[in-house]
Write a protein that binds this ligand. Structure first.
Ligand code: ADP
Ligand code: MG
Length: 238
C-alpha cells in the first residue's frame, strides 16, 4: 500500500525557501519519525501534510491520490500538537466530541468513539474536567484522544511529549508505541530527541536545513550513517 508520498515538495515563505524538494514514501501503517535540529523544517512538513500550510510546489498523495489541494478535514489526517491546543471553556468530553459534532456524525457513533478513545487512553475518570484541571500528561492524553476519535488514516504528532518531564516522557513513548500497535494506523512523529527517534521508529527521516540527509530503519542509520551529520545527530560512531 502506498500510504503517504511526497514528491518534490517545496515550501517558500515569501522569497525564502525552507523546504527544498522533498521526496519521501511513508508505508501504510508504519511509524515514521522526522528528526532534525530546530528550524530544519519538521513542523512545516507536517503542517503541509495536514493541510494547515500550502505547499509551494510538488505533490502530496495519500493511498495514491493527490491530496495537496484538499481541505485539512478531507485529508483523513489528525494532528497532535506540543501545546495540546484544547478548548479551555469545554470539558474533556466536549473537547473529544467537538470535531465529530461538526462532521455531523450520528449521536450514537460519537458516543461510541469517545468512549473507546477514553478507554484506550484511560481518561474515563477525567471526562467532566476542564483542561485547566488536568496535568500535562493528562492534557496530552486528551489531545491524542481528540485525534483518535476522528479515526484518521494517519496521525501527525508534532513534538507531543516535549512539554512533559523526563519520566513521563518515557512512559508516554511506550504508550504511543502500544497505541500504534493497537490501531495499526500510519503515524508520523516529529521530534528533536534522538532517543525518541531510535526507540519509536520503524523508519527515521533525518532532516537538515529543509533537506533529507538519510532515510531508513533506526539500526541502519546508526550502523551506516551516510555522513557526519547523521552520525553526530543519532549519536552513532562516525
Ligand atoms: P522545525 O519544526 O524543524 O523546528 P519549522 O518547520 O518550524 O522547523 O521551520 C522551518 C523554517 O521555516 C525555519 O527557518 C522557520 O523560521 C521558517 N518558518 C516556519 N514558519 C514560518 C512562517 N510562517 N513564516 C516564515 N518563516 C517560517
Ligand atoms: Mg517544530
Amino acid at each position: 500500500m502506498a500510504g503517504i508520498e511526497l514528491k518534490s515538495v517545496r515550501k517558500a515563505f515569501q522569497s525564502l525557501e525552507v523546504i527544498h524538494g522533498i521526496d519521501l514514501a511513508i508505508a501504510d501503517g508504519s511509524f515514521t519519525v522526522f528528526v532534525g535540529p530546530s528550524g530544519c523544517g519538521k513542523s512545516t512538513l507536517l503542517r503541509m501534510m495536514a493541510g494547515l500550510e500550502e505547499i509551494s510546489s510538488g505533490e502530496i498523495r495519500i493511498d495514491g491520490a493527490r491530496c495537496d489541494h484538499l481541505l485539512p478535514s478531507a485529508r483523513g489526517m489528525a494532528m497532535v500538537f506540543q501545546s495540546y491546543a484544547l478548548y479551555p471553556h469545554m470539558s474533556v468530553e466536549q473537547n473529544l466530541r467537538f470535531g465529530l459534532e461538526n462532521q455531523r456524525l450520528p449521536k450514537a457513533e460519537i458516543g461510541a468513539r469517545v468512549a473507546k478513545a477514553a478507554e484506550i487512553l484511560q481518561i474515563e475518570h477525567l471526562l467532566s474536567r476542564r483542561p485547566s484541571q488536568l496535568s500535562g500528561g493528562q492534557s496530552q492524553r486528551v489531545a491524542i484522544g481528540r485525534a483518535i476519535v476522528k479515526e484518521p488514516k494517519a496521525f501527525l504528532f508534532d513534538e507531543p511529549l516535549s512539554n512533559l518531564d523526563a519520566e513521563l516522557r518515557v512512559k508516554m513513548r511506550g504508550e504511543l508505541t502500544a497505541l500504534h500497535r493497537r490501531l495499526g494506523s500510519t503515524m508520523i512523529y516529529v521530534t528533536h530527541d534522538q532517543v525518541e527517534a531510535m526507540t519509536m521508529a520503524d523508519q527515521i527521516v533525518v532532516l537538515n536545513e529543509g533537506r533529507i540527509e538519510q532515510v531508513g530503519p533506526p539500526m541502519e542509520l546508526y550502523a551506516r550513517p551516510k555522513n557526519l551529520f547523521v552520525a553526530r545527530f543519532l549519536g552513532a560512531p562516525p
